[in-house]
Design a protein around this ligand. Structure first.
Ligand SMILES: [Zn+2]
Length: 188
């Protein structure tokens, strides 16, 4: 063979390597380029605006008391969603105890719902704290829930630069929301 610039599907690096690639800023931004907010204010914040829309328009998957779950407009994978507080808060340590608890509970429900809807082989869960860490919208913290399949990194260069089709996102939202209702114990 003698090819040094390509890797077979099974030759992924260790988890640390995958995480580095996953959290690369240009791949994880919720909104890029011209859509990026002018500043970190509530008025400019898409994550404060989304809950005011209906579920279909806002791509909202589930609404809790203090947090909600929404599909990422620039998904890393099918079903890539985010769990975040309604409140405009940037720092994880500034979440109230009840926000912290619901963020965790809804993240668990998100994993269950995505398993039911798409049966992924694994997940990346986490948040980028601050722009330097890769947060696209640093002013309003958000926890990524990214389903993973063996070999999906092969598609990353394409997925990372292509906005998913609106019809596809609508279909995905409906599927995950239905799965969410099926696995939710009612305490979210
Ligand atoms: Zn906000």
């Amino acid at each position: 063979m003698g090819e040094h610039d390509t890797e077979p599907a099974g030759a992924f690096g260790p988890p640390e390597d995958s995480m580095q690639r996953l959290w690369t800023p240009h791949r994880m931004v919720y909104i890029g380029g011209q859509d990026k907010p002018a500043d970190g204010s509530v008025a400019q914040c898409p994550f404060c605006r989304i809950p005011t829309r209906d579920d279909e328009t806002g791509l909202v998957v589930a609404r809790g008391r203090e947090c909600y779950a929404v599909l990422n407009l620039y998904p890393y994978n099918s079903g890539h969603l985010m769990v975040l507080p309604y409140r405009h808060v940037s720092d994880y340590v500034d979440l109230t105890p009840t926000e912290t608890a619901e963020l965790a509970t809804m993240t668990q429900t998100a994993v269950r719902a995505l398993r039911a809807a798409f049966a992924p082989a694994g997940f990346n869960l986490g948040m980028n704290q601050g722009e330097v860490a890769g947060a696209g919208i640093a002013a309003h913290l958000h926890q990524h829930v990214v389903p993973r399949w063996l070999g999906d990194a092969n598609f990353l260069p394409v997925v990372g630069q292509t906005k998913a089709l609106p019809e596809l996102l609508a279909e995905t939202r409906a599927r995950v929301a239905a799965a969410w209702d099926g696995v939710d114990g009612g305490d979210a």
